[in-house]
Design a protein around this ligand. Sequence first.
Ligand SMILES: Nc1ncnc2c1ncn2[C@@H]1O[C@H](COP(=O)(O)OP(=O)(O)O)[C@@H](O)[C@H]1O
Ligand SMILES: [Mg+2]
Length: 235
Amino acid sequence: MSALLSVEEIHAAYGLSRVLFGISLEIEEGECVCLLGRNGVGKTTTLRAIMGFNPPGKGRILWRQRDITGWSPHRIARAGIGFVPEDRRIFAELTVEENLEVGARAAKRPGRWTIETVSELFPILRERRNQRGGYLSGGEQQMLTIARTLVGNPDLLLLDEPSEGLAPLVVHALSQKIAELKAQGLTILLTEQASEVALSLADRVYVLEKGAVRFSGPASALRDDKALHDRLLAI
Ligand SMILES: Nc1ncnc2c1ncn2[C@@H]1O[C@H](COP(=O)(O)OP(=O)(O)O)[C@@H](O)[C@H]1O
Ligand SMILES: [Mg+2]
């Protein structure tokens, strides 16, 4: 079986400052994979490279065996990759419903996810549909951002640190939603700094350090081996 997404030895930089040094990773259809690593190791840059916001200076990115390196973010989204950035860019002045309508209008891919079906997955969004985005809690904003991306019906969902800045109970609720998406067959690549969410959701993990893959393997390898886990991730 060949991978849905293959990232092959990508290098990336911001100006003269080099940030990624030959990152490779693969995701099969239906998998949930997590990029783990401390602040500043290159997780966001890797997702932005996949999405076409920071095209890699070296290396290539294959989507369904097709080389998409250098494609525009718009074209990559149209090809089926959806991106939920870490800064949750909702429209604060628009209502929840209007935010979802913007997502639905931008989406050119029909499919199972509509404003109706995402509101079934996230009932809180239906309850809050007339509230402005800016008045939502952090967890609700994160759910709205995910919902807005889902209405584009991506085949792969990139989630950048979905639990960042959320209270433990909210993180738990959000993890359950992501688990539901996974159970429904959506392929997911997420990033996290701490392993809690990652190890509860991911089938496989890649641990990054200084712009390179330091470890890759099944999530169970880190769950079962505390010494390995702490060596890779303890602050
Ligand atoms: N826009 C930028 N300009 C310059 N350097 C950046 C920029 N964004 C990130 N960096 C640097 O690139 C490195 C990797 O950042 P990032 O990919 O955001 O890491 P992570 O998501 O793992 O925290 C860090 O050293 C960070 O300071
Ligand atoms: Mg980041």
